[in-house]
Design a protein around this ligand. Sequence first.
Ligand code: N01
Length: 533
Amino acid sequence: MSDVEDCFDAVVVGAGIAGLYAVHELRARGLRVRGFESAAGVGGTWYHNRYPGARCDVESIDYSYSFDEELQQDWTWSERFATQEEILRYLDHVADRHDLRPAYELSTRVTAAEYDERSGRWTVRTDTARTVSARFLVLATGVLSATTMPEIPGRDSFAGELYHTGSWPQHAVAFEGKRVGVIGTGSSGIQTIPVVAETAAQVTVFQRSPNYSIPARNHPLTPEYVAEIKAGYAERRRLSRISGGGTPTSPHPRGALEVDAAERTRIYDQWWERGGYLFAKAFPDQTTNLAANDTAREYVEAKIRELVHDPEIAEQLIPDDHPIGTKRIVTDSGYFETYNRDNVKLVNLRRTPISEITPEGVRTSDAFHELDLLIFATGFDAMTGSLSRIDIRGRDGRALRDEWSAGPRTYLGLAVAGFPNMFVVSGPGSPSVLANMVLTAEQHVDWIASCVDYLGENRVSTIEATEDAVTHWVAECNANAAATLFPAASSWYLGANIPGKPRVFMPYLGGLGKYRAICDDVAAAGYRGFVLG
Ligand code: N01
């Protein structure tokens, strides 16, 4: 006998930016939708990443929903780069404004989803012992949501406070008078370290790989500026949707090597003063031509040498293992300057690796660092981690984990052969993390919702990507990546941060505008590359 308790038209997994909008759009079409979210509240990434200093590196006026004109007129962002707290407040507001909460079961993790060929429906199971069935399965599980903790001997023996930036506790964490260790110097570590250093007695930064980082130049937004943005939102959003990265910015019309040195410096000065990771896009050839990249790299390295007083420390903070921009450039607030403080110490793990963690602290090959509090800013099993933690089974009981054992294989990042009526939002094979995640999520959800309309209008029960279409799309994604410098970095884009994970460049590098046109074209051609049944 079936153990299904409830039947829905669609199950949406996740209540982050993508999941909330998916519930909104599918419900607006009259579908019975059930959302599941493992956290106790909505917000996804912005619910969990409440570490000190957490803020978005995309400008708030762009990193916000565009689907609701009244919302974007009513909501006023206070700063150029919004804090985690403000973004979470915004997402809570959207959930209430559109009455999305009743569609969700919170504190409920989806553990398994299985496609039943006879009924053409998905059976979805949760860790609260719920079993429901749905025609459509929408996986809005997040791209950077499955946190990783490195396997360091003795890790769990640490007797002080221990936190991961990506699953920061709800309660306030005090650093006053404490000896704090931070492992990891990606975006999360680089944002956390200066804020912790303001109050901690001592901060010890355990750095394995240095990263490029550009000052945010964050500031409050004036009422005049906000009014101007709101008056021009329609055009700003139009330009963002057709852009490569989902914001209305464009690089210099000529390549870095096509202009003279004075012009190059003038442009880099402009982007440095403007602040933030978009420095990677000053010139169009920065991430495709190594000599062009070198000019950007050398510019930023000179800035790091200016910012850090101790030249020996400055050299250790300069990356030497990847072209600039092939890992996400960090957008920071006073990061390099933090090393000028007396209470901040850099431990270079390339020279003196960690040998163990003990109840009292961290032992490296040459010293013991006594700590009261240890922060892991060690990142995520990106793009596939949140999917592979669910036991997803398609036709013939095929497991998604097995299908992707040599790397993720999708059609348009949206669909997987052998998994009918299942959609992934911002998944591998889509622009995802390489563009403004709010607009990429809206694009995916809009496409999925139109597809659901089409199936209804044409009395089609199932839609499934063909193996051929998947093979072609994977080849297209690989070709795009191979034409750039991105594969030269051991980044999480490639899965390189997870031991044993296949090295496949996961995001689609052709840009959001081009990607949108491809998806629209596929739909206009009667869902080319899909089998409709
Ligand atoms: O994670 P990461 P993150 N011993 O993987 C180190 C987005 N984001 O959470 O490079 C010692 O980048 C690891 O070292 P290495 C953004 O897209 C955005 O910081 O592997 N160290 C690295 O330094 C970002 O790219 C925002 O040698 C170890 C660090 O941990 C993405 O999320 C804010 C180690 C992990 O860096 C991920 O950023 C935050 C070990 N055993 C995040 N294992 C904004 O919008 C790992 N590390 C601003």
